[in-house]
Design a protein around this ligand. Structure first.
Ligand SMILES: CC(C)(COP(=O)(O)OP(=O)(O)OC[C@H]1O[C@@H](n2cnc3c(N)ncnc32)[C@H](O)[C@@H]1OP(=O)(O)O)[C@@H](O)C(=O)NCCC(=O)NCCS
Length: 121
């Protein structure tokens, strides 16, 4: 699911996309998870939002182009090390984007607030 989160800096906020949760059937492992991520990122390019952030396993997401977000000037309120990653939806998408990413506490509940994509299982 792709949702909206805000990046805060100097009393301003920039809306970006967040990938969470990402799940496929653990028993299948035939490329379903990868296909979902790739198709999701392709659809995200039509949204106009600049980047997608993810909190996930650093062994899984880099294959799609995600890179450590901390190295790009993005921060979380807690230390997520290399699990916090970012994907640029266009060239130079991160230019001028720095700051603190705030995940809403009710990420899974407030569906009116979020821009979501859902796929059939
Ligand atoms: C992560 C997940 C979506 C991958 O789905 P999938 O259908 O198995 O994915 P694919 O078949 O396309 O790819 C499998 C690859 O992902 C890797 N992988 C699967 N789960 C992983 C995990 N939790 N951490 C790191 N790598 C993982 C596999 O080792 C495999 O790697 P390989 O291609 O180098 O052998 C699925 O395992 C899942 O739903 N897990 C439970 C929820 C979860 O942990 N989501 C991720 C939150 S960050």
């Amino acid at each position: 699911m792709f949702s909206l989160v805000d990046i805060y800096r100097d009393n301003q906020s920039i809306p970006v996309l967040s990938l969470a949760p990402c799940r496929s059937c653990r028993n299948i492992k035939q490329g379903i998870g990868s296909a979902l991520v790739r198709e999701g990122l392709r659809k995200c390019q039509d949204t106009g939002y600049p980047i997608v952030v993810v909190l996930g396993h650093p062994g899984f997401y880099p294959r799609f182009g995600f890179t450590p977000a901390g190295e790009k000037g993005l921060q979380l309120p807690f230390d997520a090390l290399r699990s916090f990653m970012v994907y640029e939806l266009s060239a130079h998408a991160l230019d001028g984007i720095r700051g603190l990413v705030a995940y809403p506490l009710n990420l899974a509940k407030n569906r009116d607030y979020f821009y979501t994509h859902r796929w059939a299982a």
